[in-house]
Design a protein around this ligand. Structure first.
Ligand code: PRP
Ligand code: URA
Length: 210
């Protein structure tokens, strides 16, 4: 596996991402699992996040521990990224949230950008991108491009399920961006869907049917 790719190998993640895919998992439970996996992705992707010494007074004596050096900005790619982003933002102390609206044109499979709203100071800290699916990699690559245009230098991409094609594309376009995934699947089908995958992540998170 390429150096910039980190596949989380953990029984909790294995259990949850398997349950997520199942046809027996309905919208409510799908959202819940996506949030939980978002927490675990944040935990892994921020393993080497900048921290600084921080002293607190305690009932016994002063204690010098650590504090995250902010800002840490969670950036979901709309709309499906909203699910796991909720878990990420809950886990990260002081997290702020930016939004990138992007959908994939069904014929060309190219990303179409429709919304950008980012905190003004996002470039001063870690930008944690989250999208459940890394398929062709077009949406992820375009999202990283937007963040770089805003001056971000510490961008980390996270996803629930990645296809090898998407990993190759994102790594080629942005070799400086680490990728953390809960699962790496076999391949894309002719419509650009991940196999085995889980179907349409946005539809499953929000209960919509295209
Ligand atoms: C899905 C997914 C990614 C994109 C991945 O979004 O959430 O953003 O497709 O595909 P790619 O790697 O080939 O670009 P979709 O376009 O279905 O939009 P939605 O989240 O609004 O449902
Ligand atoms: N988007 C999805 O929601 N699922 C896929 O398998 C590929 C792109």
């Amino acid at each position: 596996m390429a150096e910039n790719v980190h596949l989380i190998d953990h029984p909790l993640v294995a259990h949850l991402q398997t349950e997520l895919r199942s046809n027996d998992t309905g919208t409510w439970r799908f959202r819940e699992i996506a949030e939980r996996l978002g927490e675990l992705l944040a935990y892994e992707a921020l393993r080497d996040a900048p921290r600084q010494a921080h002293t607190v007074s305690t009932p016994m004596e002063p204690y010098t521990g650590a504090q995250l050096v902010g800002p840490v900005t969670v950036v979901p790619i709309l709309r499906a990224g909203i699910g796991p982003a909720a878990g990420m933002a809950r886990l990260i102390p002081g997290a702020q949230v930016g939004h990138l609206g992007m959908f994939r044109d069904e014929k060309s499979l190219k990303p179409v950008s429709y919304y950008v709203k980012l905190p003004a100071d996002i470039a001063q800290g870690v930008a944690l991108l989250i999208d459940p699916m890394l398929a062709t990699g077009g949406s992820a690559s375009a999202a990283v491009h937007v963040l770089k245009q805003r001056g971000c230098t510490d961008i980390r991409f996270t996803c629930l399920v990645a296809a090898p094609e998407g990993i190759d594309r994102l790594s080629a376009d942005h070799p400086d961006v680490p990728i953390t995934a809960c699962a790496i699947d076999r391949q894309l089908n002719e419509k650009g869907y991940i196999l085995p995958g889980l179907g349409d992540a946005g539809d499953r998170i929000f209960g919509t049917v295209e």
